[in-house]
Design a protein around this ligand. Structure first.
Ligand SMILES: [Fe+2]
Length: 178
């Protein structure tokens, strides 16, 4: 049984504060893509969906006159670094297993390498690749995916569906191992 669910994470006020900033619609959609990709790639569903849900939790606000300033963001962004640390702290506070918290945090750190002077693609693990691909599947030009809206109730419902799928999938895999 998992220590912490996606719904537990989303209900926390810290998650909501930062995800409402970077886009709840994007976070939930990327978690859904991550679930499908993780099944295909035989990657841990719990880790993939948690990292996907929280991958943009490190975003700062770069709004100028009410609009996201994409050029400024591209130039100075370190949201993956900030997000890795923020997600780790949040998961530990929620009582998450430390190994899970670390894996999720590192997958967030490496979901983009746009802040680095080199690429990390060839060195990343299947989990880290799943989170990166899931993010790219929902990306729109000029960061417009951050603007798509989803209310709190709709997000909880969709995340609850993912939680049920993860639990059902894990139950079957555990039974197959016996
Ligand atoms: Fe993203």
């Amino acid at each position: 049984m998992r220590e912490v669910t996606l719904v537990d994470i989303f209900k926390h006020h810290i998650t909501r504060k930062y995800l409402f900033r970077s886009g709840v619609h994007h976070a939930v959609t990327v978690a859904e893509h991550a679930l499908a990709l993780a099944k295909e790639e035989q990657v841990n569903l719990d880790l993939a969906t948690k990292a996907a849900l929280l991958h943009d939790i490190g975003h700062y606000e770069w709004y100028v006159d009410g609009e996201w300033d994409y050029d400024e963001y591209r130039k100075n962004d370190i949201h993956a670094i900030k997000g890795a640390e923020r997600a780790h702290k949040l998961l530990i506070r929620l009582g998450e297993d430390r190994t899970v918290a670390k894996e999720v945090s590192v997958a967030i750190l490496l979901h983009t390498d746009s802040y680095l002077p080199f690429t990390v693609d060839e060195k990343t693990t299947p989990l880290q690749k799943v989170v990166k691909r899931a993010d790219e599947m929902d990306e729109l030009p000029k960061g417009l995916h951050h603007y798509k809206e989803m209310d709190f109730g709709a997000a909880i419902k969709r995340l609850h569906v993912l939680d049920l799928e993860i639990d059902a999938y894990n139950d079957v895999s555990q039974r197959e191992m016996v």
